[in-house]
Design a binder for this molecule. Sequence first.
Ligand code: HEM
Length: 433
Amino acid sequence: MQQQPHPTIDDLVERKQEAIACPYPAFARLRADDPISYNDTLGAWVVTRYDDVTNILHDTERFSSLMPTGPQAVGGALAAGMAELMSDPEMAETFEVVMGNRSRAAVLLNADPPEHRRQRILVNAAFRPSNIKALEDRMVEVAHSLLDDIVGEPGERTSAEIIQRFCVLFPMTIIASALGVGDDDLARFKRWSDDIVMPVGNHSPSVEQVRGYLVSSREFADYFREKLAERRVEPKDDVISDVANAELDGEQLSEAEMLSMLQQFLVAGNETTTNLISNIVRHFAERPELQERIRADRSLIPGLVEEALRFEAPVGGLFRQAKVDVEVGGVSIAAGDHCWLLYASANRDDERFPDPDAIDPCRANLRDHLAFGHGEHFCIGASLARAEGRIATEAVLDRLGDIGLADGNTFPFNDTFVLRGMQELHIEFDTLP
Ligand code: HEM
């Protein structure tokens, strides 16, 4: 049998490691030869060019966000796992509470206008600059205290696995602070976070994983119902108080909407930011000249964060569903069809980004990338994520000198392209005084 020179979209859909690790040659071929192609396994159109992706994102009249993680994510093993658990009365009640909340509330990521617009207006203020600014001191403190546990004696060359010990814990601790979770509750919060993100991209979860998802979703809701009530009585200057008290023309968000939103902040905000920071550390380790350049001029860090987002989009692609028959880029898409919008491919489109396979923190159109999406659903946490990326990078450069790759890296990736990220990264470095 003839060997494929590069992984294909089918390999990506089948979640093959080499395709997830390096999908860019396949994307380049598609952008050039078949920019919108139907994939039978996926049951969706694969959209690869920048202009086509942005056109669909802006067309909320004709494209719905109801299933942003795709047709395969619905039903299947998740539903089968839930059905199996229903014989246990306690789990049946948990299911009622968790899924009851969910079905009443299409929220943010999977809501369409006009409902989506109302929710965004109500909750946008929670991520206003003063709330992010207020978190910055905490970010510096958390970043340094996590790195304290990794570094060796000053002057010593040390090696460490950086993702689990820093890139995962940093955004999780920050989002916990933003949501008013105290240090004592962090371990529970981490468990909820891991369990609740599970269905994103995992299309064959075990019954135990489904149980974890349901139990953690319920504990999360119970915990935050109380927090929301506290903040209604005694608001503070934080994200959760703004969600609890958001009001437009006398109308507030329902409790189910608030709880779904908080859960989305967790799911959408944690692993994505982990992936961003992991990618930045890997870029430093693999590109000594880039590392030197940024060390010599820290004002380039915000540009580097944008380029890291463009170069390796932490959300590889999300879906839209056509509400009516529609033509995009000369291709006819039927009502009901799904489209996989590959942000990771659009970000390497040379029609938009000259020399797209180079990391250039001084690129003229640094913020044009689609790593945060575009239009109505543009990431609500983008300012928070940018601040986290910048502060984590500063702390890494402050504490770790001459970062390189340690021996033994195999660069294992998570088994999903929706939230695309590495599981481990072993680096070596000089501990700075
Ligand atoms: C939306 C990426 C961090 C919360 C999105 C979308 C993308 C994205 C691509 C658009 C979804 C779509 O097109 O349907 C990222 C990346 C991040 C990040 C790459 C970090 C590097 C965060 C953080 C939070 C957050 C820190 C929250 C605290 C959300 C929410 C939405 C969203 C709630 C839905 C917004 C809506 O549909 O109106 N994000 N995100 N994200 N993000 Fe982020």
